[in-house]
Ligand binder design. Structure first.
Ligand code: GAR
Length: 207
């Protein structure tokens, strides 16, 4: 059974999707053992507590830079015996020291079809604002491995979602979550817990 640690910064609907999948028995080889928030008062922590999952806060604002924050986080990940780490709406870019400690064991959900609308500055609602401003007709979500390149690690799963006439960023964000993120994130985490994702360079294969 693998220990899954979920990193959050906000509302935690993706965390909720993981909790629901676990409770349905859809992640048979993993268990969410801890949730770590980079922000105090994040609603994601309340979701964890409602389901009896340990919650910790490591505020980003308490650290002078990324490196110091990453080292502190790495200490907690080791203490908590993390096997798999999931960024679920985690809005902090971590230093290479964390990525290097968990090669192909950290995944992120991104609210667009990478390599579109990704990289530094593309997060949360801003992604959907840019999608609408560019006028694309199909967007979606991606689950990928975390490396030291922001949103640049090998892609594990993607799902497409149509943009509709009259969409606002908020409406589109909700549709992308419902139709894509909340489905592919638990699926990818379960595949990872089953050791079914093989990586060859930039390409992953489900075996
Ligand atoms: C989600 O849409 C997630 O894909 C996005 O933030 C939202 C968090 O929602 N993450 C990023 O933009 C990371 N680059 P949640 O807290 O309700 O899961």
């Amino acid at each position: 059974m693998k220990n899954i640690i979920v990193l959050v910064s906000g509302g935690g609907t993706n965390l909720q999707a993981l909790i629901d999948a676990q409770e349905r028995g859809d992640i048979p080889n993993g268990r969410i053992s801890c949730v770590i928030s980079s922000k105090e008062g994040a609603y994601a922590l309340e979701r964890a507590s409602q389901h009896g999952i340990k919650g910790l806060v490591l505020p980003r604002k308490d650290y002078p830079d990324n490196k110091a924050y990453s080292e502190a986080l790495l200490g907690i990940l080791k203490e908590e015996k993390a096997d798999i780490i999931v960024y679920a709406g985690f809005m902090t870019i971590l230093d290479k020291c964390v990525c290097d400690a968990y090669p192909y064991r950290m995944v992120n959900v991104h609210p667009a079809l990478i390599p579109s609308f990704c990289g530094k500055g593309y997060y949360g609602l801003r992604v959907h604002q840019e999608v609408l401003a560019r006028g694309v007709k199909v967007t979606g979500a991606t689950v990928h491995f975390v490396t030291d390149v922001c949103d640049g690690g090998p892609i594990i799963l993607q799902r497409a979602v149509y943009v509709e006439e009259g969409d606002t960023p908020e409406v589109l964000q909700r549709r992308v979550m419902e139709q894509a993120e909340w489905k592919i994130l638990p699926e990818a985490v379960s595949l990872l817990c089953d050791d079914r994702i093989k990586v060859e360079g930039d390409v992953t294969h489900i075996v």
